[in-house]
Design a protein around this ligand. Structure first.
Ligand code: 13P
Ligand code: SF4
Length: 298
């Protein structure tokens, strides 16, 4: 299968990009594996004509907005992100009307239509910097309320209104999980994603994006780590740090949308050029402004 995928990649002039939560087999055949910010950055630079994005829909849409001249394929068309679907364009426009002096800062976990009515985007890796640098005192931050809480705490000089969205995967980590982990592994470093609940973030040793966790695990002197994010990240953590131990906080939590993509669906995507992400030009143009501003503000 690996050989067949290599051959198809060459034939179709394609590159495979995968998110850190993808199943190990998909991560292993990918040309690049990263967090949302890294996937966006890489999409801008790729030379190949086709990008196969192994992740969820908003990630493929972001790649298309950044590189509209490329063909962007999402191997599983119904791999969505329930968090992204918690903000809709109509309600965002209403918020903008209510707070005309506010800047809408959208986490990349949003639909392309929401990005198109946003002032700037951010990822978990740069949300704090983006909010600090926007030229407005009032910020409407969407859709994740826990990431919003994280930013609010670090950027007290801004008046931040949080949307009411959440990630059902990260919401499952509890204070009890952290307390138990401390008892079981007293020397371990506990690192969690900013989509976790505030009480969980407060008890953790560090809060990072998925690639931020990879960086931290490499740099830290700790030998054991408790990871508060989707379990797919443990594959890279273990592979890149074979001398260290990694455990999921509580029990392993799965994002079923991220797990939909398989080697077979990647192969089908290449063979049949499916499922192509198509976005109207005017939406691409507007969404691109918000994504480009993100890059400008960090
Ligand atoms: P990262 O940008 O940290 O990889 O997060 C993406 C995501 O979907 C978290 O659930
Ligand atoms: Fe969306 Fe949560 Fe899955 Fe990330 S882990 S893709 S935020 S549902």
């Amino acid at each position: 299968m690996d050989e067949e995928i290599k051959r198809l990649k060459k034939e179709k002039d394609a590159i495979i990009l995968a998110h850190n939560y993808q199943i190990p087999e998909v991560q292993d055949i990918a040309d690049f594996v990263g967090d949302s910010l890294e996937l966006a950055r890489v999409s801008k630079k790729v030379k190949e004509r086709t990008i196969v994005l192994c992740g969820v829909k908003f990630m493929a849409e972001t790649a298309k907005v950044i590189s509209p001249e490329k063909t962007v394929l999402l191997p599983e068309i119904d791999a969505g992100c329930p968090l992204a679907d918690m903000a809709d364009k109509e309600r965002v426009v209403k918020m903008k009307e209510k707070y005309p002096d506010g800047w809408v800062v959208s986490y990349v976990n949003t639909t392309v239509e929401v990005k198109a009515v946003s002032d700037v985007c951010c990822t978990s890796g740069n949300a704090e910097k983006v909010v600090r640098n926007v030229p407005a005192k009032r910020v409407i931050f969407l859709p994740d309320k826990n990431l919003c809480w994280y930013v609010k705490k670090r950027v007290p000089e801004k008046d931040i209104i949080c949307w009411d969205g959440y990630c059902f995967v990260h919401r499952q980590f509890t204070v009890e999980d952290v307390k138990k982990a401390r008892q079981l592994y007293p020397f371990a470093e506990i690192i969690v994603h900013p989509e976790c609940e505030p009480e969980v973030q407060e008890l953790a040793d560090g809060i990072y994006s998925t690639s931020g966790m990879l960086k931290r695990a490499k740099e830290s002197k700790a030998k054991e780590f408790i990871i508060g994010t989707e379990e797919g990240l443990l594959h890279r953590l273990k592979r890149e740090n074979p001398e260290k131990e990694f455990y999921s906080l509580g029990s392993a939590r799965h994002c079923y949308n991220m797990k939909k993509t398989t080697i077979e669906s990647v192969k089908k995507a290449l063979e049949e050029s499916r499922y192509e992400i198509v976005i109207p030009d005017e939406v691409i143009e507007k969404a691109r402004k918000a994504i480009e501003r993100m890059i400008e503000y960090v």
